[in-house]
Design a binder for this molecule. Sequence first.
Ligand SMILES: [Zn+2]
Length: 451
Amino acid sequence: MLITNGRVVTLGDDSKIITNGAVRVRDGSIDAVGVSAELERLYPDDERVDARGQLIMPGNICAHTHFYGAFSRGMGIPGDAPRDFPQILARLWWPLDRALRGPDVKYSALVCLIDAIRHGTTTLVDHHASPSVIEGSLDLIAEAVTEAGLRASLCYEVTDRNGRAEALVGIEENVRFLKRLRAGNDPLLAASFGLHASLTLSDETLADAVSAAEGLETGFHIHAAEGLADQEDSLRKSGRRVVERLYQAGILGPKSILAHCVHVDAWEMELLRDTGTWVTHQPRSNMNNAVGVAPIETMVRGGVNVGMGNDGFSNNMWAEWKAAYLVPKLWHGDPRRGNGADIFRLAVANNARLARIFWPDVPLGELTPGAGADLILVDYQPFTELTADNLPWHIIFGFEVDTITATMVNGRWLMRDRRLLTLDEKAVVARARRLSTGAWQRYQELAGNHG
Ligand SMILES: [Zn+2]
C-alpha cells in the first residue's frame, strides 16, 4: 500500500520532513519512504491512499498507563477531598480496582483503547490491578487489545496490601501470562512482570517475584518514589531508599520500568543509570496527586533512561508533552526549565527505545524501512515554517487531538477519516456505561459510604 501526497515526518535518528512524501507499507512494516512521485513510479500497482497534504507520522507510544482506571471518569470520592497521595490511593484507587469484575476489566480496557486509537497512541504499556479478579485478568485485557488492533504490553500489579495469598495469585498471573505469550506468536502483545509499589510490597513478596521471574527473560514494571510516602515507608521497612531497596531485591535492569521517580536522590539516580533501568515521567498525574515534579532534566543529563507515560490520563500523549513542558517552568519559576527538546527526546526517541524491551525486532516510533507500520495521519496545516528541528514546539503549541484523522498499527487501519474500523464505539460505550454503574455501586460500598 502506498500512502501518498503527505508531508512525511520520519522521526528516528535521521529525522526529516519530506514534502510531497509517501510511505509504502508492506506486511505490517514500512517498506519505503520518499517523494510521492518517485514511489508512485516504482510501485505503480500498489493500492493508493491519498493523505491529502496531511502529516504522515509515527504513532505515539505510552510507556506507563492503567486501563483499569477508566471507570473513575466522573466518579465522586465520598466525603472530604483526600488530603495527600496515600489517601488518594486508599480512598479512590484501591476501592475502585477492587470493585472491578471480569467484564469491567475488559470494557475499562476497551474504552481506553478507543481513546488511544482516536488520539493516535499506537503502543501502550499497561499496569493492571483488579484484586477481585486476578486470575485470567490479563487474558481479558489481551482480548480487548486484540479486538482493538493496538500494540500493548501487559502485566499485573502484585501487592501485599490485600494479604499474602492475593500477592501470590498476582505473581502467578504474571508468570502465567508471560508463559502464554512465549508459547504463542502474537506480534502485537507483550508482557512484563508487574509490581504495585515498594510501599505495598514486603521483602518476602519481592523475593518471590524475582524467583518466579527467573528464566522468563522479563523485567519488572513498578511505581517507585511517586510520593514521599514511598520513601518514608522504604526507610522504615528496610533502612534503604526505594530505588536502593529495589536494587537490592533484584528488580532493576534494562528491561525494568520504574514509573515516576519523583523523589529520588543522586545515589538512586546513579543506580538507575548504572543498571540501565527505565524511568517513566507522567506530569499530569504528578500534578493531580500533588506529589511534586520529577527531576527529569537531572536524570536526562546524567544518562538515566527516561520515557513518558500517562498514568491513566487520556491517551492524548501531546497533552502529556504540554504538561511536561509547562509544569517545571511554574514549579521552578524559570522559563528555561522543561526544555521542548528534552520532552521530545523522552516522548519520541526514548519511548521508541523503551518499546524495544517488548518488540526487540521491530523498530517503532519512526517511519524508516523495516520499522513497524504504526502510523497516524495528522491534519495540521502550519502557518509558519515546519522543520524537523522546530517540530517539538509545533507539537507542544499547535498539535491538538482533533487533528488526528487516521491511525494504523502493524499495517492495518484502525481508524480512517476519524471513523473507527475495528471497534463499535457506540456499543462499547453503552456497555461500559451500564457496567460502570455497577462498579460505582460496589466502589461506594467498599469506600465505606452507603449514601
Ligand atoms: Zn501508575
